[in-house]
Design a protein around this ligand. Sequence first.
Ligand code: HSE
Length: 440
Amino acid sequence: MSDPLKLGIAGLGTVGGSVARLLHVHANDLAVRGGRAMPLVAVCDKDRDRDRGVDLSALEWFPDPVTLATSDRIDVYIETIGGEGGIAYDSVRAALEAGKHVVTANKALLAKHAVEFARIAERTGASLNFEAAVAGGIPVVKTLREALAGNSINRVYGILNGTCNYILTRMEQERIDFGDCLAAAQKLGYAEADPTFDIEGNDTAHKLALLTSLAFGTETASEEIYVEGITSVTLADIEAADELGYRIKLLGVAMRTDTGIEQRVHPTMVPKSTAIARIDGVLNAVAIDGDFVGEVVLVGRGAGGNATASAIVSDIVDIARDVKVPMLGRPADTLEPYRRAAMRAHEGGYYVRCMVHDRPGAFAAIAARMAEHKISLESIVQRRRAPRADAPGGTVADEPQPVIMITYETSEAEMRAALDAVEADGHVAAPPRMIRIERL
Ligand code: HSE
């Protein structure tokens, strides 16, 4: 057997602690599979006393991540600190510059600095592995980078945030509100340190930026992604979607179009009959459409310490085996600049919900605006709200009533123009709500 591969972890939170435990529990099998022992020899975390379910007292504790990252005591620096800059950036960069291999789960960091890091790694001969940064325990990085290397990819999309999927699933199944579901996700350790990253769609966008680069051979461009989170999804939308045969999922989608690559993150209505609609709770799913292979769908746990540790350790085993693959699937200098397809050019169907003043002609005026913008309606339904016990006759005069429309395929530009016109006409009590429908 070759020399041991010595590991150091910076950040012993939910993920780092699980990595330490996994390395301990499976130490013997890992040594056999990797052809060498992989001892955890050093760690760095402010909190030495917290119980991580494994005895770490005999390890060397480093005072700061950069010192650990560049120490001769380790061969692989495992970064589970998080954050797009600061000490995570400094320590990963320092490790790569020192020629140390790096394994990280940090999508925010890589969405911003992947190309810079790939260049350093190529220069110094280090590996930078990041399976855990996209969809937790699902091996999608290896799938795109290695298993599907023979294909030209047309589209990659998926449910990439366990917290959002958990919230949307519970809202739908139990008809409970957003805040309670978020609190439960945080308690279970799924959410980011700052949950706005999850619910506003940024976490999905970071992961999508990496998938786009791997799928299309472009430089990462997370700031070019159209992002809408789930905070504006209401129980009313979820109930209406349910009645119409759809579920609402937060999807990240990247696809080739005639004008460039479309990258978008937004709540999406998907038909209940599709595989993606049945991905519930903290599960993630990624679908990849390759020209020779067709569609490949991967499903698994996208968040939580153990699933993420599983991905991190697979990256460590690759290093132990001396598996060398360019970080983004091709040499950094051959990555093409990202060419953005404008969101206004996006084409698809839409769900629209308007709260309409209950007056003669209001319904017809909305339909007319849609026609003006050449938007064809698949269905339009006006629902009476349940009668109110405190109102004379059970209803309140002019109380807004929900009108729900499903459109056939149209462009984002026409849709937005039509909804602006509807709002300006004054028949609605609030701006119309729109959710995109994905063709799957
Ligand atoms: N907060 C993330 C999620 C964890 O909920 O999916 C993994 O990135």
